[in-house]
Design a protein around this ligand. Structure first.
Ligand code: FAD
Length: 388
């Protein structure tokens, strides 16, 4: 039986590990040779974590867990013909797990911005640009995020890392004694940015902006990014020496061109067992899959892992002739430690409740600890906490 996994991020690696636990032969195809631990990459621009330390080599993971690794860029998927095309060769499969993450919405002038949620190497570029501005001693730094107008569920809005980077930059400037020489502005086109974290968390954002001396500009659509300014649809503009912008999530370009069922945004349509609608041998997991029926949910790393876990459970039970199936809906929730450089806030949201608890100092160390745990547990250097 040929089992292929496309993508070596949170979802793909978790699927490979779980499949190997059940002793299946697995091949994982990735266009990069490392897993990037995005949640802790927010510290790269402010110099509190190295780029190298934020990666796990896929070849090490392959050796430890016993899966085959192929480094190739997927260029086309023909689901009906059970074939995947890469830049180097083509791959047939009996079962396919698609985990290649998501694309991003294009806005005019996007090339004048940098994103902490883009290619991993962008985090290092942001660090260099920030260091240059710090050397100059003054400037206008703008950090924001946008949505995808086609994404009616808004599950692909990625706001948390923008807040984290913004507050971390404020703390860094303060540490350098330069905070009063910089204008730091948060911008977003939606009227209530951050509301996905829940009503209670959103209600506390003003306190954060005040504490970190951040100006705000939201509720007005972005018209265009310029080299030295951000232009809005009401013709207002903000001067900018550094624009850090997280675009709304969009379907992966390879999926948009494929014969796989997609929603209006280009995310793969799956059922609650993570199986692709109309394709019983194909699963889609992580950011690439459309989350339906849970208007409040968000695409997150732990959701990607839950989806991988659920997909493998259902796949294995099917192979073993067991009737029991699992739904990722039952385990869906938003959980995040939002780091602010000198502290953090613990945010939790489920279908029934939401809350935000400030965690001064300890929250920062909690997130650092999670980064350490993620890496070491994946490398089998320590015991894995069930569900994490
Ligand atoms: C800065 C930042 C901070 C975040 N913080 C948190 C947090 O605190 N908590 C949380 O739960 N989530 C957080 N997230 C979200 C989380 O990182 C994502 O939800 C998670 O990475 C999704 O996993 P994935 O496997 O679906 O996609 P990814 O991790 O994006 O992995 C996709 C993989 O597919 C590969 N790939 C893509 N295209 C191709 C191709 N054509 N051919 C071959 N391979 C391909 C990529 O190289 C990559 O290895 C954060 C995200 C960012 C960017």
């Amino acid at each position: 039986m040929k089992i292929l996994i496309l993508g070596g991020g949170f979802a793909g690696v978790e699927a490979a590990i779980k499949l190997r636990k059940h002793k299946y032969e697995v091949t994982l195809i990735s266009d990069r040779d490392f897993l990037f631990i995005y949640p802790v990459s927010i510290w790269i621009p402010v110099g509190k974590r190295s780029y190298e330390d934020t990666q796990i080599k896929l070849s090490d993971l392959a050796k430890i867990h016993g899966f085959s690794l192929v480094l190739d860029k997927v260029t086309k998927i023909e689901a009906k013909n059970s074939i995947v095309f890469g830049e180097d060769k083509s791959y047939s499969f009996d079962y396919l797990f698609i985990a290649m993450g998501m694309g991003k919405v294009k806005t005019k002038g996007l090339e004048h911005t940098h994103s902490i949620c883009g290619k991993p190497e962008e985090s290092v570029i942001i660090k260099d640009l920030l260091d240059n501005l710090i050397t100059k001693g003054k400037g206008n730094i703008n950090v924001g995020f946008g949505g995808n107008p086609k994404d009616l569920t808004a599950t692909a809005v990625r706001g948390g890392p923008a807040f984290e980077l913004l507050f971390n930059i404020s703390v860094l400037l303060k540490e350098k004694g330069l905070r009063d020489h910089f204008n730091l502005t948060f911008f977003a086109p939606m009227a209530e940015p951050g509301k996905r974290m829940g009503e209670k968390a959103y209600g506390k954002m003003d306190t954060f902006f005040e504490h970190y001396k951040v100006k705000t500009h939201f509720g007005i659509k972005i018209k265009e990014f310029h080299e030295n300014a951000i232009l809005f649809e009401d013709d207002s503009q903000i001067p900018s020496d550094l624009t850090l912008y997280i675009s709304g999530g969009d379907g992966h370009p390879i999926i948009k061109e494929s014969d796989l069922p997609q929603n209006e945004t280009g995310f793969i349509q799956i059922n609650e067992m993570c199986r692709v609608e109309g394709f019983p041998r194909i699963y889609a997991i992580g950011d690439i899959a459309a989350i339906i029926g849970h208007q409040w949910a968000a695409k997150q790393g732990h959701v990607a892992e839950i989806m991988a876990d659920v997909a493998i459970f259902n796949f294995h039970n099917e192979q073993s002739g067991k009737e029991k199936r699992m739904s990722y809906w039952e385990r869906l929730h938003i959980i995040c430690v939002m780091d602010s450089g000198d502290g953090a806030a613990f945010v939790m949201r489920t279908a029934k409740t939401d809350f935000m608890v400030p965690l001064p100092i300890i929250g920062h160390w909690l997130k650092k600890g999670w980064g350490w745990y993620y890496k070491n547990s994946k490398m089998k250097r320590m015991f894995r906490i069930p569900g994490m």
